[in-house]
Design a protein. Structure first.
Length: 258
């Protein structure tokens, strides 16, 4: 049986595929759970550095109350409004990317006051992501980019506004890595549109009665169950970011929520 994977801007149709959204930062303390008891610098975490702090009077401390998952999150206090890159929270794991592949970098953030903007970038290239207006609720920052060089480090820019930020659950995934499996030719499924703003439509030869939506670090954010075939999901209240949809018919689909 031939294996075909066809991507369209608004529709994904497949014989079937499963997606292994492996977090490339999985061994580099993406959730700030690893505390370095012997740290002598301005970061208490393994793998994470904290830079350009003087002009912004910024501090980084460990947070154990306001966390998105696990037991720890990074707490960044920006005391003076300076440049957008003052300060920067950076993961020290130098990833080796495949030039030309598509990647998505994400992290979760919230603020005490809100109203400031943050941004992500690579250290060493002009791969800058969009600005995100930070609120007082947890929200996911997402940057999808095409690798222009092999070396990559995730840098988070937290300057320009006086506020206290909480950062958790960072990830970098390769959007090009897909695992493809053989299924019956008549077992077809379509999800559209992608990206999605409100309703995500599903067209499937098989009846779907259960759907799980998770973020790129594997946390379940939505579970949908029905006694009838699920043909549409209202995602208008889902926060912006990349997600993975899994069905009870063993199909997976990666989508972007605008």
């Amino acid at each position: 049986m031939s294996k075909k994977l066809l991507f369209l801007l608004l529709t994904v149709t497949c014989t079937s595929f499963t997606m292994n959204a492996q977090n490339l930062l999985a061994t580099a303390n993406p959730g700030f759970e690893g505390i370095d008891a012997g740290a002598t610098g301005n970061s208490p975490y393994y793998w994470w550095g904290f830079y350009n702090t003087s002009n912004s009077a910024a501090t980084l401390t460990d947070e154990t109350s306001t966390v998105r998952s696990g037991s720890h999150a990074a707490k960044v206090v920006v005391g003076t409004a300076a440049q957008p890159w003052e300060p920067q929270l950076a993961n020290g794991n130098s990833l080796t990317l495949t030039v030309g592949n598509s990647y998505t970098a994400t992290f979760w953030i919230r603020a005490i006051t809100g109203g400031g903007t943050v941004q992500a970038s690579d250290n060493g290239s002009a791969t800058y992501g969009p600005n995100l207006l930070v609120t007082t609720s947890w929200q996911q920052y997402s940057q999808t980019f095409t690798a222009v060089e092999a070396n990559y480090q995730l840098w988070i820019h937290l300057g320009g506004f006086v506020d206290t930020y909480y950062v958790d659950d960072a990830s970098v995934v390769d959007n090009t890595v897909l695992g493809i499996e053989d299924f019956a030719k008549n077992d077809k499924i379509s999800f559209y549109p992608n990206p999605v703003n409100d309703n995500l439509n599903i067209s499937s030869d098989a009846t779907i009665k259960s759907i799980i939506i998770s973020d790129l670090v594997g946390k379940t954010v939505r579970t949908i169950k029905s006694v009838e075939n699920i043909q549409s999901i209202n995602l208008s209240d889902l926060q912006q970011g990349m997600y993975i949809l899994s069905t009870d018919t063993n199909k997976q689909f990666k989508f972007l929520k605008n």
